[in-house]
Ligand binder design. Sequence first.
Ligand code: PMT
Length: 407
Amino acid sequence: MLNGKTIILGISGGIAAYKAATICSRLVSLGAEVHVMMTESAAKFITPLTLQTLSKNPVHIDTFEERNPEVVTHIDLADRADAILLAPATANVIAKLAHGLADDMLSTTMLAATCPIVIAPAMNVHMYEHPAVVHNIELLMQRGVQFIEPGTGQLACGYVAKGRLAEPEDIVATLDQWLNQPKLLAGKKVLVTAGGTIERLDPVRYLTNDSSGKMGFAVAQAAQEQGAEVTVIAGRTSAPAPQGVELVQVESAEDMLQAVLARFETSDIVIKSAAVADYRPKVIHNQKLKKTGSDELVLQLERTTDILETIGKRKSHQTVVGFAAETEQIDVYALDKLNRKNCDFIIANDVSTEGAGFNGDTNIISIYSKQGLVERLPLMSKLDAARRLLNIVAQHALEAKDDERDR
Ligand code: PMT
């Protein structure tokens, strides 16, 4: 399946760089057009001549070594590439990519590229587990970069631990799968809500909740990976939104309602992962509230409109998915919400369980349809949970479309 694809093979400076020769040779034997880019450090571990001989193309190290006056090489290659495979990737090159540094041919090209990027890290276990490296990998994953986990075994530094470059065959197989996976949501419009709403009391005070937006953003990224055109309506968030989605910033439940309704008719799938206020202050004071002589202040709250219920009533062709943040009797309350709000799916998370719900990078979700429990997923990253969820929702949306056509 890699036949005819243009692949940039990026090699950075670690001992595993010698394995890049096998990767290059495998890609070429599968029919890919391979352009190798090496960092200067990589060229200390394996010669450019080896890679040039295997790839049958010039190897690029220096950004300023322009061989063809008709093009700017790093832009030309970035534009032509179907994918970039960075193997092995050192902590340094991962950090550069995460923070947008472009100080050599490889990092400059990667910054200019819009194609899928697959990264296979290789480094000492303590480096791999360093919070800075973990954070940089997370940042890149949020931007849609695919990582191939290193293996565990004898490391060149003497440790027997995690950090070995994954096997070249597995790296090539992952790249192949990633590039050729069917895009279930190509041509579909997916609307996602994320984060928590803010209900103002006065110009400097408000009611809100702990939602970080991470779950909603993971859902948006998973939908985008499936080829959908994604719009995210986000309240208050503390995580970065995935790149490439349309981001609409809102504040209150009422703002979110209006933003959702404005886009509902043209959406194919709506996924409501935002934590929306059920109540808001009845009066919003124009000026900062002053202390009174009394020890107590009673706030009067009024109900907000339930956005999910509103779109559940209006839905025609749309697949509507709600979330349910529960702390007890998860199944009962989730199914009650699914029926009351006329959803196609409801995703329950027990927000009282360690590793699930608000703020963290992981979740434990159960997916329900009108027929009952579809799948109960174990603890996993929010992105992996979102990918599993999107697979199920996308299949449902496609089947519904087929049924509609058959009628
Ligand atoms: O953002 P994170 O930090 O990653 O946390 C993720 C999450 C815990 C917020 C998310 O996984 C989640 O559970 N979101 C739904 C939270 C919630 O508001 O649940 P609920 O059970 O109160 O509401 C049920 C559904 O109705 C939700 O889809 C909600 O968006 C919707 N709703 C609620 C009230 C309202 N006025 N309008 C709504 O549309």
